[in-house]
Design a protein around this ligand. Structure first.
Ligand code: CP3
Length: 340
């Protein structure tokens, strides 16, 4: 069993720096495309044998030091009673966005064992197959709320911010429900065998710090406090585009803080204090020529030497256009240049 990832999360010494990539399973891999050509994305997410297979693909192909459960942050939102669609080229769509009292009250807080049993089954199958730790995950409440309120991806987040500012009570009631759902969902993943859990706050960076503090952070803290009470597995919080929020993200309660590429990794480590740090290569840096890509990785590793625990990752999800050979260059470079 390769436990370098778990040790780094806990700030313990490791023989080399562990590496995994956000969205490491997916469309940049021909092996994934082959399976996806036969089933829709949503159907794939609901078939544990197929989820297991695509989770294992990048670990087997590149030698990543951790696996991340194949699913999507919006799967438990569908379980709250919302119709969910994935449109080719456009991403996720909620045809009936949640924008009024009636819609918020209609949402159910699901029992994960009943409504998303396929996720727990995937975790059990993966634990039998894997030689590296398995990371479970969920979206952070604010990020999930943006999808529900906007009805999909967004650039301006007009409806989300209008609800926050004009109907704060409705907004908070919605976030309370999403938080209850996410908390029990992550607890169920831990019980099923997930060995670490990551909260993805992909849209945290669109908020003014004072609004993040009021409308996003408390829900993250509440989920992490619930998890802390039932398990000691490492908890990772990734606030994307969060450079202006680090004074607050350090109070989330996580063991590990994930960083995007907008801060140099050395500075992220300084700001993270006692936390282990995960990140933060720009996913588009994977398009550098091979020699410069390797230099870039080497530079990050030497900057990160001061960290209490360091996990190499991208600063956000890998792009579907990425050549798989470039992924291999990074994984090999991390392993080769970090050996102690
Ligand atoms: O390897 C892994 O990381 C595991 C699986 C995973 C997926 N989504 C699979 C996926 C994870 C961890 C996610 C998280 C996720 N999903 C986030 C948070 C991370 C981030 O990128 O900010 C968000 C915001 C979503 C919502 C989502 N799902 C969007 C916006 C899209 C469309 C855009 C895109 O990247 O495709 C998805 C679809 C999705 N989720 C795909 C995959 C592999 C592509 C589906 C396909 O095969 O067509």
């Amino acid at each position: 069993m390769n436990d370098t990832f778990l040790k780094a999360c806990r700030g313990e010494q490791t023989p080399y720096t562990p590496v995994w990539f956000m969205r490491q399973a997916g469309r940049y891999l021909p092996e994934y495309q082959k399976i996806r050509s036969k089933v829709s994305f949503l159907e794939l997410c609901k078939r544990p044998e197929l989820c297991t297979e695509v989770t294992l693909q990048p670990v087997d192909i590149f030698g990543f030091d951790a696996a991340i459960l194949f699913s999507d942050i919006l799967i438990p939102m569908e379980a709250m009673g919302l119709a969910l669609e994935f449109h080719e080229g456009r991403g996720p769509v909620f045809p009936q966005p949640v924008r009024d009292r009636q819609a918020v009250d209609a949402l159910v807080v699901p029992d994960p064992k009943e409504r998303v049993p396929f996720v727990m089954e995937t975790i059990r199958l993966l634990r039998r197959a894997l030689q590296v730790p398995l990371i479970g995950f969920a979206g952070a409440p604010f990020t999930l709320a943006t999808y529900l309120i906007e009805g999909g991806s967004s650039r301006v987040f007009l409806h989300t911010k209008k609800m926050m500012f004009q109907e704060p009570e409705l907004y908070h009631d919605l976030l309370e429900k999403i938080t209850a759902c996410t908390s029990s969902y992550l607890q169920a993943q831990a019980r099923a065998g997930a060995q670490a859990l990551q909260l993805f706050d992909s849209w945290a960076g669109i908020l003014a710090p004072c609004d993040y503090e009021q409308f996003a952070l408390p829900y993250v803290q509440s989920i992490i406090a619930d998890l802390r009470a039932m398990t000691d597995i490492p908890l990772i919080y990734f606030a994307n585009n969060g450079a202006t929020l680090t004074g607050m993200t350090v109070t989330a309660g996580a063991d590990v803080l994930g960083f995007d590429w907008r801060l140099p990794i050395g500075e992220a480590i300084q700001r993270a204090g006692d936390h282990a740090v995960q990140g933060n290569l720009d996913p588009l840096a994977l398009f550098l020529p091979a020699d410069r890509l390797e230099q870039r990785v080497k530079g990050m590793l030497s900057e990160a030497r001061a960290a209490r625990g360091y996990i190499f990752n991208l600063g956000h999800g890998i792009q579907p256009e990425t050549p798989p050979d470039q992924v291999r260059i990074v994984v090999d470079a991390v392993h080769r240049h970090s050996g102690r």
